[in-house]
Design a protein around this ligand. Structure first.
Ligand code: XBP
Ligand code: MG
Length: 236
């Protein structure tokens, strides 16, 4: 039995519903800015979320639907430029308050802080996106509440690989048994489980119907979830 010592939060889909109305329009704006006739509608984007990481998602889409561009000599540079522009568009949306936290997230973070439970982030998204989302919704100090923020390219293999959770556990210097991961997707769940973590899933807009076998709890969201309830999960 272990006492819960840390909560490790995923970001996109878990802290906030960022994909459909945040990342997706930011990608489309970057495509327009670069003169590409690409457009990811809600359904296409849902399919593309099977590829974690924005740059990886762009590469996958080009390989599938625009082989001429994928084969161009400056494709690598184009991917980097597209993603940089996309991130700027995304950050603008976050800073304008367009991406609120999901119900119950702020309360759980506050409860954990009051109880001395350590906080961390394990996400595929770009680090600046994490800081901006936390500041926009919880105030300028919020990123400092998270002892470890593992994000984006800090690890070689993105979710569902366990790398990002292993990276966070190493920096927390805690065993997986003392922590609980909170995720929204099958990819994130697999990443946490492979890293030896218990994981609570809060289903998000794009992850309804995914395979959450192995999760300790599958919830519609954190609105009705207390820290005590989560601690009881870990102590089982
Ligand atoms: C979700 C992702 C990210 C975002 C886009 O991350 O897979 O790639 O879709 O962000 P998580 P970037 O659920 O692990 O938070 O374009 O910065 O990758
Ligand atoms: Mg997620």
């Amino acid at each position: 039995m272990s006492k819960l010592q840390a909560l490790i939060f995923d970001v996109d889909g878990t802290l906030a519903e960022t994909e459909r109305d945040g990342h997706r329009p930011a990608f489309n704006a970057a495509f327009r800015d670069c003169g590409l006739a690409w457009h990811w509608d809600e359904q296409r984007y849902g399919e593309l979320l099977a590829i974690t990481g924005g740059k990886e998602r762009i590469r996958h889409y080009a390989a599938q639907y625009d082989s001429a561009i994928a084969a161009s000599p400056d494709f690598d540079a184009l991917v980097g430029q597209l993603h940089k522009i996309k991130t700027a568009h995304y950050l603008r949306r976050v800073d304008q308050g367009q991406l609120p936290l999901r119900p119950g997230v702020a309360r759980l973070i506050s409860e954990a802080r009051q109880a001395g439970i350590r906080l961390a982030i394990a996400t595929t998204t770009t680090p600046e996106n994490v800081d901006a989302l936390l500041r926009a919704n919880l105030g300028p100090d919020a990123p400092s509440w998270f002892e470890v923020i593992g994000a984006g390219d800090i690890v070689p293999a993105k979710k569902p690989a366990p790398d990002i959770y292993q990276w966070v556990l190493n920096r927390l210097a805690l065993p997986a048994t003392a922590c609980l991961a909170i995720e929204d997707s099958e990819m994130g769940l697999k990443s946490a489980l492979t890293a030896g973590l218990r994981c609570v899933v809060t289903i998000s807009e794009y992850t309804r119907g995914q395979d959450f076998r192995g999760a300790w709890r599958v919830l519609a969201g954190l609105a009705g979830c207390s820290l005590g309830g989560l601690e009881e999960v870990v102590l089982r």
